[in-house]
Design a protein around this ligand. Structure first.
Ligand SMILES: *[C@@H]1O[C@H](CO)[C@@H](O)[C@H](O)[C@H]1NC(C)=O
Ligand SMILES: *[C@@H]1O[C@H](CO)[C@@H](O)[C@H](O)[C@H]1NC(C)=O
Length: 374
């Protein structure tokens, strides 16, 4: 296999070739396909951004990303692998970010054992999240990732929202840790772990999350699964709020085998008052709740400006909602289940094995469809 030996040799030379800026010959095209480039330290981000399309494997080894710089790995060549190793750090600045951005087709992003992306979010935390105070940046923008994988990434202390997944098509996100536990007592807020929008085929597997907002929030998209999650400290596993964006349809979302602990809510679906859109074919299966402080299950069609209003509209119907084996306990001051539907706007619901206990029974549920109970 002479060709593969040649590729191997060129691969060894690849990292050096990046600095030598080879002329665009047939040989350098081979090089580009086979080269592993390693970037590290305080120049690592700038070098990686400059050379990203010359490397088939990009190793980011203990990179210190300067303040005001996005580690911009958008527009990677098809088939590129990005490997984080050691501790990636980020300088402090109030700006819109994000800290890291990746896009491309057939991309793999992974962390080696012990690798950590440390946002040191406490520098931004002021209890106001994205609603005011310091300008905070999102952590990881995964937009336009096609047929790609993000795996084994450990995120610590994000300034605000962590993964923004948008315009993805067939993206598998597995073995992610979001550890914003320090934010519980230090003003972490709106630290959503996974925000998904306008995507088809997003599969999030076995994430471990401790944060201060949604563990998952799906604003739009189809064929999305979220399985094997442990969600601690946040606002629950949410669809929505849906409505009022450019894309307002959510269809075929499965949330399965998840544990939601010490969180404001467990299962949550929220749609926007006065908006149009649809929430269709949503399944929550094998969900365990404990230490829930607001609602075990909460479904409401009355959101406006990010808050419930109690005033309902039917423009974003919720149809085909299956809850199967959703069990557990909420705090005594919490409400077990709350369903607030506009007339005729919730249909075709199938609930079985739903047992949420320990809190109050709501007297405010409205238009609960047959198949469900409040
Ligand atoms: C629903 O999404 C899953 C992926 O989560 C996919 O495998 C399945 O085919 C989709 N079902 C339909 C009816 O499109
Ligand atoms: C459920 O999720 C856990 C991770 O929280 C995983 O280890 C386990 O394999 C999953 N079980 C099934 C049946 O998928």
């Amino acid at each position: 296999m002479v060709p593969s030996i040649q590729l191997g040799l060129i691969g060894l030379l690849g990292a050096a070739a990046v600095h030598a800026a080879p002329a665009p010959t047939a040989a350098s095209a081979l090089e580009q396909r086979s080269s592993t480039c390693t970037f590290s330290g305080s120049n690592g981000a700038a070098s990686a951004i400059k050379s990203k399309t010359s490397c088939s494997t990009i190793v980011l080894s203990s990179v210190a990303v300067p303040a005001g710089t996005t580690l911009d790995l958008t527009g990677l060549n098809k088939g590129t692998t990005v490997i984080f190793e050691g501790e990636t750090t980020f300088g402090y600045k109030e700006w819109s970010g994000p800290l890291v951005s990746v896009s491309g087709t057939d991309i793999t992003v992974k962390g080696t054992s012990g690798a950590i992306l440390n946002g040191d979010g406490a520098r931004w935390w002021d209890g106001k999240g994205s609603n005011g105070g310091k300008t905070k940046l999102k952590f990881f923008s995964a937009h336009k990732m096609i047929n790609s994988k993000i795996q084994d990434i450990y995120i610590k202390n994000s300034p605000v929202q962590v993964f923004s997944i948008n315009d993805a098509n067939d993206l598998t996100v597995s073995g992610i840790t979001v550890n914003d536990a320090d934010g519980d007592s230090n003003g972490g807020h709106n630290t959503d772990a996974f925000d998904v929008g306008s995507s088809t085929g997003v599969y999030i597997i076995n994430p471990a999350v401790h944060n201060q907002d949604d563990c998952l929030a799906v604003n739009s998209g189809t064929d999305i699964s979220f399985t094997g999650a442990t969600c601690i400290g946040g606002h629950g596993i949410s669809i929505g709020s849906v409505g009022g964006r450019s894309d307002n349809a959510v269809e075929n979302v499965t949330v399965e085998n998840c544990s939601i602990q010490n969180s404001q809510n467990g299962v949550r679906i929220k749609t926007v008052y006065g908006a149009t859109g649809s929430v269709k074919d949503i399944t929550y299966k094998d969900i365990h709740l404990s230490g829930i402080s607001n609602y075990g299950v909460v479904i409401e069609q009355d959101y406006k400006n990010g808050s419930p209003t109690g005033t309902l509209t039917s423009g974003v119907p919720i149809t085909g909602l299956t809850l199967s084996n959703v069990q557990g306990t909420v705090d005594s001051s919490a409400t077990d289940i709350y369903v607030l539907c506009a007339s005729g706007a919730c249909e075709d619901w199938t609930w079985s094995g739903v047992s949420v206990k320990g809190g109050k029974t709501s007297s405010k549920c409205k238009n609960v469809p047959s198949g469900a109970s409040c």
